[in-house]
Write a protein that binds this ligand. Sequence first.
Ligand code: ZN
Ligand code: ZN
Length: 437
Amino acid sequence: MVLMRPFVAVALLLGSLPLMAQARPEADPLSREIETRMAAVMPRVVAWRRDIHQHPELSGMEVRTAALVEKHLRALGLEVQAQVGKTGVVAVLKGGRPGPVVALRADMDALPVTEQVDLPFKSTVRTQYNGMDVGVMHACGHDNHVAILMGVAEVLAGMKARIPGTVKFIFQPAEEGLGGAKAMVADGVLTNPRPSAIFGLHVFPGPLGSLSTRAGGFMAAADGLEIKVKGRQTHGSQPWSGVDPIVVSSQVILGLQTIASRQIDVTSAPAVITIGSIQGGNRGNIIPDSVMMVGTIRTFDPEMRALIHERVKRTAEDIARSGGATATVTISTGGLITRNDAALLDKMTPTLQRTAGEGGFRIVNPITGSEDFPEYTRDIPGLFYLLGGSPKGSDPRTQPANHSPLFFVDEAALPTGVRAMANLAIDYLRSGGLPVP
Ligand SMILES: [Zn+2]
Ligand SMILES: [Zn+2]
């Protein structure tokens, strides 16, 4: 503050506005053109977002959304391919100047959640899900992702002749645990042309217009865990005549908690092991034959993930054996760890700093939720970042989380979403990109 004062005084003397405008790094022609084109497209980005929000579709059923996206991309004159990975849409924008290829990804699916937010464009859609009548809602905010990327496509298509390279737009179905990214990759979304980097964003309850990310493990791998402890059933009054799986399971649960606290290097990455369900027995005077436990494992580092899987197995089996029981451990590997490429983040940090809204650019702690974005980054570098959407003046920590029926994104965050993604694409391309892996 103290250092700023003399500058402000000089700036006022010279006429502060032109001087400050010149000093701002986005004053280069391509960034300025993004701003001009954004101003024209933002009202439609808001309208698309409201329309998509009001017409949410569950994973793998994004037919209306995909049709809206496809129509828009075709109208922009892009090379469009529909029904990629079932309902996905891909478009290629070939710039007028030579350069690398970059991919931008948005997910399109909604969730079986009944909306409780009081909006004029609130979803009233209902469906049958797992035999239950439920509402359908964009409770993860993917409506914003689609509208933002449609806006970015229009901004960049308008400045095509000056773009040094190629932009691939990926509108993905079925992110919510149903393999949308995997299906698109299997359908060749990363070939012809092959991008040398990919960017993706997600809205979340954070300071309005903030951009948050980190290098390395950013979002967790979520692995399912099932442990069956088999003892031998007997009378509750005579435990010595059987093997009590309830006591053994209690020891197993406590043993599992020593993996994260005692057996991994806590300075390198966090990990969570949770047993969320335990079932065994049906009355007080019967020691049951077996106990079933179900849980989840969240990790941020591939080596640690493998080590934890091995330790979970060893801990459960050996503790059970010590009590004369057996434990059968099944770990179902879920999604991959969302890992941000450090070199790519380094390269793009000035862009994120420059384009973040009032909430600023922030390096944040890892998030124990998971994403299917890393399906694209198995062999190309990727950068995934969060866009804060909490209403101005609210405390993001008290805002309903993604997947809540009260989840809400303030549309004042949308301009930052478009600005950041469009500038990331342009700045990446004009930097010459990263070598194609
Ligand atoms: Zn979600
Ligand atoms: Zn999501």
